[in-house]
Design a protein around this ligand. Structure first.
Ligand SMILES: [Zn+2]
Ligand SMILES: [Zn+2]
Length: 82
């Protein structure tokens, strides 16, 4: 009886297969797991109209971030130019 099974990574953009001995392990690496998870979080926020940056404020019209984050970006870019 072997507890080792060959499974394909559950990330849609990853073709890796790996040997798993841990029940429930779906991704070949933490990078894949993190990538899928952060994408899900992003999509959820997007459809809820919540800022993709902080996940707290509501999105400004036609933007993916809230007013607070928008101000922060503006300042950041102005700083960068100088
Ligand atoms: Zn993978
Ligand atoms: Zn925000």
């Amino acid at each position: 009886m072997s507890e080792f099974i060959k499974v394909k990574c559950a990330a849609p953009d990853c073709e890796s297969t790996f040997i798993s001995n841990r029940f429930g392990k779906k991704y070949c690496s933490d990078q894949c797991r993190w990538r899928v998870w952060s994408r899900l979080r992003r999509d959820k926020r997007k459809s809820n109209g919540i800022c993709l940056q902080c996940g707290k404020g509501e999105q400004v019209a036609n933007r993916t971030y809230c007013e607070t984050c928008g101000e922060y970006f503006k300042k950041y870019h102005e700083k960068k130019k100088k």
